[in-house]
Design a protein around this ligand. Structure first.
Ligand code: GUN
Length: 283
């Protein structure tokens, strides 16, 4: 079997075009959606992610406001920026790029963002709503993965989904969203014994381990759908995922490439959440 490629770049562009249309309508009504991003310190990877978010926000016709703070910023200074944005009527989404420098308290920063503008879906109130199935902002990467599965007609209900990774940003919400769509969900992580035994039972395998090409064909059942959340560099410095694409594409029925799979969907869903917030604020 040679896998169908799940084209996150193309699907992301389709959704971005839908978003741009919605933005045009909102602008006509005098309500331009605005996203504020706070970047603390000078981690190069974070700077690249933030730049990409800014580009996509502007391309969708929205307002992008970038607040760059030095690595020495105090907790109180950072919270004060967040509070100002909470009160700013031109801003509908607030994103504080993670990870923050070690001296800052990430949890307190997330709790200070008003849940109404928490377009990352990280605030405990929004996480709680997500878990009990109430409408709320969904964490962008898992939300994007659900869109990828739905738009490529992958059946979720009744299937066994295995999620490797248990982060608050990806693994945990991913499992919940699959569960809500009636999958049987298994979480695996670094302390799971016999990992391959578990992953070989997956109809849908979501891999978010952060280790280059760790998951090869020996972990994958024939015909499984494989979603690769990883973003790493291989020995040649080339971008690669957590999945060994060349071997897994021979056994899976569908697979996301890296780059061009999950990555473009994350930013797309951030824009979608921000437009949703603007609609609520202006409606
Ligand atoms: N760092 C890596 N991914 C993310 C994300 O989705 N949101 C934020 N705020 N920071 C991140």
């Amino acid at each position: 079997m040679v896998a169908q490629l799940i084209d996150g770049k193309g699907i992301g562009q389709t959704i971005k075009a839908e978003i741009a249309e919605e933005v045009k309508e909102l602008v006509k009504q005098g309500c331009k959606p605005g996203l504020a991003v706070i970047l603390v310190g000078d981690d190069p990877a974070s700077a690249t992610y933030v730049k990409n978010k800014e580009k996509a926000t502007l391309a969708a016709g929205m307002t992008s406001r970038l607040i760059r703070l030095s690595a020495e910023t105090t907790q109180e200074e950072l919270l004060s920026h967040v509070r100002q944005l909470n009160e700013d009527n031109d801003i509908h989404g607030i994103l504080v790029q993670l990870p923050l420098p070690k001296h800052l308290d990430e949890d307190e920063v997330i709790r200070t963002i008003t849940p109404d503008k928490d377009v990352d879906g990280f605030h405990p109130i929004n996480v709680g709503k997500m878990v009990i199935g109430q409408p709320t902002y969904l964490s962008c990467t898992p939300y994007g993965i659900i869109e990828l599965l739905e738009r490529t007609n992958v059946e979720i209900a009744g299937r066994h989904a295995v999620v490797i990774g248990r982060s608050n940003i990806v693994g945990k919400p991913m499992g919940q969203l699959l569960l809500q769509r009636d999958a049987t969900v298994t979480y695996c992580h670094s302390r799971t014994p016999n990992l391959a035994e578990m992953t070989k039972q997956a109809d849908i395998l979501v891999v978010a381990v952060g280790r280059a090409k760790m998951i090869d064909a020996s972990y994958v059942k024939e015909g499984a759908v494989v979603i690769d959340v990883g973003m790493n560099r291989d020995e040649q410095g080339k971008l690669c995922g957590d999945v060994d694409f060349d071997s897994v594409k021979e056994v899976s029925s569908a697979i996301t490439p890296v780059p061009g799979g999950v990555g473009p969907m994350t930013i797309t869903m951030l824009l979608k959440n921000t437009v949703h917030s603007a609609k609520r604020a202006c409606g």
